[in-house]
Design a protein around this ligand. Structure first.
Ligand code: ATP
Ligand code: MG
Length: 391
């Protein structure tokens, strides 16, 4: 018996204490969902998981999927063999490239029935490698290469070297559900990713001003949400028809307050949809000072339009450069870059207020006498798109 397996490690911190089994069940469910269309076996040991008995040509695919599961911290591709000293030597040698390097062999032995202890086995395997790799030197303290052998109880062992980083965070589902205000830009998708990484299940709302914003602009948001499902699981997307409301704002309100009021109405509608759909928080892609509508005063005025729910702004302290870098890493950059007009750029005033006041915003907003009806109509006509998780 000799086969490749993938060893998965999860974070230590959140799995301690009384909630361990709850977190672990979520994590395992999320891993299994990712592997639902791949024939393989999921094996659980004390503090690790292994994916075994899969078609080895799918190794890269499985690895790339596992790197999207929040709650996993690292993985290694390992070799599984029957516990036998000769087989251990051979398997370990495969992890020793023919270069000049310092190395050590580290053995962890759960099987206490063997006639040698961990240190002895490590020394033997090390000696075997030294005989065959002229450029190798043992360094127990700071080796450039560490080959690990994990000897399990039931007569088999794992051999591996090197660790690949996974996404970290907490398993999606352990932190409730958040309603993401999702536009086509760079920021909001990254914000959704960030909160999913803290364990939030995501649903999303997009404001669409047809025909001033195109079908393509809407499709772009659907596509962005689909990329997010790779990390966050299924996403329910609410597309809210926003044209009538924008007309009303344009017609009734002071030009420099138009964006401020638009944001207040957006967040108000988002909260209503959130409450109707079991979401306990709102999520936006705002970052302090990035544009006029994201100054401290603007954020204060937007916030004032929210009732009870907390608003999570995971990008608040990030630079645009850092946000774009994350967009690149998670795969949303290329889509976000496409130049379709968003509703914020329709009827854009020349000089939006940078330091709005709550008082003026409320007064201006009150000029739209039929606002409540407009909001209710928009919500009634919302288009619900269920986006199934991609792998
Ligand atoms: P983004 O890159 O996410 O579009 P931005 O830098 O363009 O952000 P704004 O346009 O000011 O910033 O939007 C701030 C936040 O408001 C966005 O991150 C998003 O959460 C929300 N938002 C903006 N436009 C829309 C929209 N059409 N539908 C839903 N949410 C929106
Ligand atoms: Mg935008």
């Amino acid at each position: 018996m000799k086969s490749k397996v993938i060893l998965l490690r999860y974070g230590e911190i959140f799995l301690k204490g009384r909630n361990k089994s709850y977190f672990e069940k979520l994590l395992i469910d999320n891993i299994k969902a990712k592997l639902s269309d791949i024939e393989c076996e999921f094996v659980r040991t004390q503090n690790r998981y292994y994916i075994e008995n899969y078609d080895e040509s799918l190794t890269d695919e499985i690895v790339s999927r596992m790197k999207k599961v929040f709650g996993l911290h690292s993985l290694s591709i390992a070799t599984k063999i029957r516990t036998d000293y000769d087989l251990l030597n051979e398997a370990a040698l495969e992890y020793a490239p023919d270069i000049n390097t310092t190395f050590r062999v580290t053995v962890n032995r759960a099987d206490k029935s063997l006639d040698k202890n961990s240190a002895e086995i490590g020394a033997d395997v090390g000696a075997y490698i030294l005989q065959r790799r002229g450029g190798y030197k043992v360094d127990l303290r700071r080796p450039a290469l560490e080959i690990k052998i994990d000897i399990r109880e039931k007569g088999y062992s794992y051999v591996f070297s090197g660790v690949e980083e996974c996404a970290g965070g907490m398993p999606v589902g352990c932190s409730g559900k958040g309603m993401l205000l999702l536009s086509g830009g760079f920021d909001s998708s990254v914000a959704g990713y960030r909160m999913a990484r803290r364990g939030m299940q995501i649903c999303a709302v997009h404001y669409h001003s047809f025909p001033y914003t195109s079908e393509q602009a809407k499709q772009k948001v659907i596509d962005l949400a689909e990329i997010l499902t790779g990390y966050a699981g299924d996403i329910k997307l609410f597309v809210v028809p926003f044209t009538e409301i924008q007309f009303a704002i344009h017609e009734k309100c002071r030009a420099d307050y138009m964006i401020t009021i638009m944001r207040r109405i957006m967040i108000d509608i988002a909260e209503r949809l959130a409450l109707d759909n079991g979401a306990g928080a709102l999520i936006t892609g705002e970052s302090l000072g990035q544009v006029a509508s994201q100054t401290l005063q603007s954020l204060t005025v937007t916030n004032e339009a929210v009732g009870d729910l907390p608003v999570f702004r995971p990008l608040i302290g990030m630079d645009k450069y850092e946000i774009m870098k994350t967009a690149e890493e998670i795969g949303t950059y290329k889509l976000s870059e496409l130049p379709y007009q968003d509703c914020c750029t329709v009827f854009l005033p020349k000089n939006p207020v940078i330091k709005p006041s709550v008082e003026i915003a409320k007064k201006e907003q009150a000029r739209i006498e039929d606002l409540e009806t407009l909001i209710e109509t928009a919500i009634k006509n919302v288009e619900v798109i269920e986006i199934k998780a991609i792998k």
